[in-house]
Design a protein around this ligand. Sequence first.
Ligand code: ADP
Ligand code: ZN
Length: 610
Amino acid sequence: MSGTLTTQAADAGSADHPGAILRQVFGYEHFRGRQGDIIEAVNAGRNALVLMPTGGGKSLCYQIPALLRPGTAVVVSPLIALMRDQVEALRHNGVAAAVLNSSLDAATRFETERRLLAGELDLVYMAPESLLRESTLSWLERIELALFAIDEAHCVSQWGHDFRPEYLQLAELAKRFPQVPRIALTATADERTRQEIRARLLADGCELFIDSFDRPNIRYRVGLKNNARQQLLDFIQREHPDHSGIVYCFSRKRCEETAAWLHGQGLKALPYHAGLDAATRQLHQDRFIREDGLIICATIAFGMGIDKPDVRFVAHLDLPKSMESYYQETGRAGRDGLPADAWMVYGLSDILQIRQLLANSTAPQSQQRLERERLEALLTYCEAASCRRPALLNYFDEDHPGQCGNCDNCLNPPETWDATEAARKVLSCVYRTGQRFGAGHVIDVLMGRETDRIANLGHADLSTFGIGQDLDKKTWHSVIRQLLAHGHLQPDPEGHGGLQLGPDCRCLLRGETTLTLRRDVAVPRKRARGSARIEVDTSAPGWQALREWRLVTAQEENVPPYVIFHDATLAAILDARPDSLAELANISGVGRHKLEKYGEAVLDVLAGLG
Ligand code: ADP
Ligand code: ZN
């Protein structure tokens, strides 16, 4: 890459304030959320802690101050693949940035160090272990530093799943470089993690910036499992043909099977889990990032460190482990702000399985209580009969007024019914049959069916035999599932699939409370998107031509397609149909550097459309 931004900016003589850099370098018109305030604070030399959801636009919060302040910014990031992509994206905007880590060959490393010492780099990305090496620290002391940005700062928290011991040593930066401002950023929302980041990385004081964790462009849907694979296939074929997506599964085996099955149905799908060797995993991840329209079937091991902005859907074929996991995993959809789907199906067996895991937990009491609370929150979310967003965001201590208009319950409000009587019938039937049998048998007794088992056990003589003929089997199933979700029922501790009365069922049995349940629906289908949502019209003439040009260009440069232009930018280009470079320059996502590099080619593609 020729010429650093510093020289370009000097030429232009105007890019000396945040808004100008935003426009000229990144091609964007407005700051999002609190970006402007954050940039101002860091630019003025203050420390900052930034809590923003995935896709919120954290990178600009340190990239713009890095360009405005004299010296080089050091960005600490835990993942080498991520650093590479970020540096590629910066270079495509004409910014002088480089990676410095153990994966470099000697010549590249030498050249990067030379450029650093010569003050030619605006940003350098490093893994914490490289940064903290004494030799690195001592030559950093010899150059001018603009700031330290500590990305994925939750890695410093021992409570989180991503704890990295090296992050603890980053506390050293405050002592060695007291004059250099530090900005720590994370998308992890819980309070405990925040406190740890502050205590460990910003103990000497910082400004706190918390953005809303709502992701308005993600449409949340939760449905009932009923041949899950087929449901998934229908969903993808109907709503996301040719789109990139992630399907999360509970086990490695299910990842494999699901990927193979989708593949057999003519979709591009690959598995990703810890049981695959490192090379295969890497290959599958690379293909996901570089190709359009690939589906990854993954365990939770997949996703951290992937910046792909155009993941259009995240599907769960099994319940996630917790509300945090669900939020993190679904959050990988729609980073680019365009409409995206979070789609999940679950059923009675999922609840049984998770309740079972919990019951058999050998963790200390206090830990078990936490685990239970987390699970309850997740089940409450699944069974919610009103807007999903309050249930999701309240978990992270954020209020939401509901009626978001972009979740299944808002779009198709579920019917509810008074299930008090039905619930009492189930509970007494479970009790009368001895708290040993699974849902199937309990329903048979309720419905008064003459099965061999009932005959052998003499259950036809029970007072609850046949008291449930007013409802059908599916409805009883639904009642039992919801009773389990609400804790009125629980699985037997031996894990034989038997149902027992849960701790919360007394009031119901005594008639002291009533119970309202939702009527089950399959996952609601797509409806017309609200007008506020910008949609990429993939059938628009020219869309395929632009994407084709982007893919070829990306392959020539050996970068992911979104590094050239985001989908949102391509869509805006198609919409505006510019016929001069000056008009193209006005489109969001087209900075000065990209205009120069790709402008003519884009105009050619547009001209070719006639
Ligand atoms: P995060 O790191 O918070 O997940 P990123 O920094 O990767 O998010 O930004 C997400 C996407 O939003 C990126 O593609 C980025 O280019 C885009 N973006 C960020 N800020 C703006 C803005 N002010 N206007 C338009 N797009 C933006
Ligand atoms: Zn809603």
